[in-house]
Design a binder for this molecule. Structure first.
Ligand code: NAG
Ligand code: NAG
Ligand code: NAG
Length: 631
């Protein structure tokens, strides 16, 4: 009776109890939901489809934990930012129509290395193979389509051994090289057995032999430049020693070697020794290598070897194999006369001496030289050695459309003969998190060791926040990563335990030229002007990260052009993380919609009250149908 009464006659007490009870249930439900979401193996969050995502933004104003944020639909941050209240209205789809696909002959389009434009440039010194970017009047504003039959790339590490033929359908290469054991077609696959003319005993034996002559195992050599890389099998095997190789080769009309390398998940870039410096700072590489790369090292007054000298760090190694090295045993196979080859070798030996390099060893197929650790002796003996002059008034690190000169790039001054010019580097992996010499010596104004250490911490937080949205841990899902505005390389350093490699890009007009620091940490990267196209093939990066990039390029070039370039180099199904001020992110989002990217705006790890926001693009959800039409 009493009970019934109570239930029939709600008292204030009873109402409170019910409220409390309801609230408890809600809390428990929310908690269980949280557990469920956190315990789920990561699956990309379904993103509302193009048609509906403008209308599905719920009003969430509460602070959300990162994991909840990951599962939540796109956040509406507008009410909290005064900046947002003055944003232009949501763009009208009719006003900003989707960007169309290019014609099917654009599937391998590299705007700055375009074979159809090559004939306009002199072939002397391979100048036609250098970067020549289309001006505004020649730019195309369409999306590069995939080849017919394109499929999700083979994942790392299997991709080191085979890739899908349909993704790089370059029959000519495999036909021309049929008799060399470096690539062959097996059904729908391109298989890389690791042979090739440079590696008669396979690349494994080649690297093993080299390791007897050069300290590849000690952590002393971490960054390698490979000139004329073939399909980067060499760099692929150096990974076994935790060595990162930047493989550089020109665009061949029929042999898309750099494309092969990237499809395999190996670092590579289009580039050629011609008239401009390679786009890397001085003292970048611990070792440079050329196997049968056919570069005229002693031609043009030693121009190209002088460039290698600029790029080698003090004490760095220069490893040469192929003609003319080992000519006594090989000249018949090379169809050249012994006199010719001996002359070439003598010229190289002589030039190396005049650069003050020391020949370490010549054994089997290899010859190894070492750059001096400083220029103290070299400057003194310059006259006696008949060395090229030391460069004057040229920034050693300037390398964006900077012409090469026939002078020695001077090392930072050293006092004692045993001192390493510019400062000695730690061995890998300690090198990654130790303040590099360029910072310790205060060579970049305003960047101290403290700032460097703090930057590393910041990036650890950021990357752990990013992993709420993009699961970098999935084995081999993301392999080729690009940081479009790399700063001190903190993003790449925070990824060092993932099975990825990062191309760290420092914009050519960035206030702080930090690329030298990035290399001193044992990471790799390049200079770049993002108003132009990158020196790579379409569909070569799985994940592209850009922090503060669009702010940096405001008023320099069109946002849409930069996004089109990202779209070109991003693999179908790839992901993009853009980090910028809320105003910029909102504008970029509107342009991203025109590219049919699956994107949403979310908070950074700094929460809803910070003006910095992220645009997360995850195209794996609903791969775009950007396939070239059959014509
Ligand atoms: C969300 O915000 C809009 C505009 O501010 C408002 O009209 C709408 O009622 C809100 N919806 C909810 C569920 O609060
Ligand atoms: C594709 O074909 C068109 C017309 O034939 C030509 O104008 C254009 O330059 C070609 N583009 C490429 C990248 O080959
Ligand atoms: C350059 O470095 C200084 C010192 O760390 C920093 O305050 C400044 O923001 C940097 N500039 C850019 C454009 O990153």
């Amino acid at each position: 009776m009493f009970r019934a009464n109570l239930s029939l006659l709600p008292s204030p007490n009873r109402r409170n109890l019910a409220k409390f009870f309801l609230l408890s249930i809600l809390c428990i439900l929310a908690y269980l939901l949280g557990i469920y979401q956190n315990s789920r193996p990561f699956v990309p969050n379904p993103v509302p489809s193009q048609a509906s995502d403008c209308v599905q933004y719920p009003n969430i104003t509460a602070r959300v934990s990162p994991s909840a944020a990951a599962a939540a639909p796109p956040l509406d941050f507008e009410p909290r930012h005064s900046a947002a209240s003055v944003l232009p209205p949501v763009p009208d789809v009719d006003e900003f129509p989707p960007i169309e696909l290019c014609a099917s002959n654009f599937t391998d389009y590299c705007p700055c290395q375009d074979p159809t434009r090559e004939p306009r440039f002199p072939t002397q010194n391979l100048e036609h193979r250098e970067r020549h970017c289309p001006g505004p009047e020649e730019r195309v504003s369409c999306r590069v389509p995939r080849p017919v039959g394109y499929r999700a790339p083979v994942r790392w590490p299997e991709s080191r051994d085979y890739i899908w033929f349909a993704n790089v359908p370059s029959k000519r290469l495999t036909e021309a090289k049929k008799n060399q054991n470096w690539v062959r077609v097996e059904g729908d696959r391109l298989v890389f057995p690791g042979g090739g003319t440079s590696f008669p005993n396979g690349v494994k034996g080649y690297v093993a032999d080299m390791a007897k002559l050069v300290p590849l195992k000690s952590g002393e050599v971490r960054t390698v430049l490979d000139i004329g890389c073939g399909v980067a099998s060499f760099g692929g095997h150096l990974l076994n020693f935790k060595i990162l190789t930047m493989s550089v080769a020109p665009r061949d009309i029929h042999e898309a070697q750099v494309q092969f390398a990237l499809e395999r998940g190996l670092p590579a870039m289009l580039g050629v020794l011609s008239t401009h410096r390679l786009p890397y700072p001085s003292r970048s590489f611990d070792m440079a290598h050329c196997a049968r790369c056919l570069v005229p090292w002693t031609g043009h007054d030693g121009l190209y070897l002088l460039e290698i000298d600029r790029l080698l760090r003090p004490g760095g190694y220069w490893v040469l194999s192929g003609p003319p090295i080992n000519w006594k045993n090989m000249y018949k196979g090379w169809a050249r006369t012994p006199e010719d080859l001996q002359g070439e070798q003598n010229a190289i030996e002589d030039l190396a001496k005049r650069l003050c390099w020391i020949k370490i060893v010549e054994k089997g197929v290899f010859a190894v030289w070492r750059k001096p650790t400083n220029h103290v002796h070299c400057m003194k003996k310059s006259k006696i050695l008949n060395s090229p002059a030391f460069c004057k008034g040229i920034d050693p690190d300037a390398a964006w459309y900077q012409k090469m000169d026939t002078c020695i790039t001077p090392l930072p001054t050293a006092e004692a003969t045993e001192e390493v010019a510019g400062g000695a580097l730690e061995k890998w992996p300690k090198r990654l998190r130790t303040a590099p010499p360029r910072i310790a010596s205060g060579s970049i104004k305003g960047i101290s060791a403290d700032i460097f250490n703090h930057d590393n911490q910041i990036w650890r937080h950021r990357v752990s926040h990013y992993s709420n949205y993009i699961n970098l841990g999935i084995s081999g899902r993301y392999r080729n990563v690009m940081d479009m505005n790399a700063g001190l390389g903190g993003f790449a350093a925070a990824l060092s335990n993932y099975p990825v490699w990062v191309m760290n890009v420092v914009p050519s007009h960035a206030k702080n030229n930090t690329l030298g620091i990035i290399y001193e940490r044992g990471l790799i990267g390049t200079y770049m002007d993002w108003c132009e196209a990158f020196s790579t093939y379409p569909r070569t990066y799985d994940l592209i990260h850009a922090a503060g990039l669009f702010s940096l390029y405001t008023n320099r070039c069109d946002i849409l052009d930069i996004l089109l370039e990202i779209d070109r180099i991003l693999r179908p199904g790839g992901a993009v993380i853009l980090r910028d001020h809320v105003d910029v992110v909102t504008t970029v989002k509107a342009a991203a919609d025109r590219l049919r990217w699956q994107s949403r705006i979310v908070h950074t790890e700094l929460g809803p009250f910070h003006p910095e926001k992220l645009l997360i693009v995850d195209n794996s959800v609903e791969p775009n149908a950007n396939v070239a039409s059959k014509k």
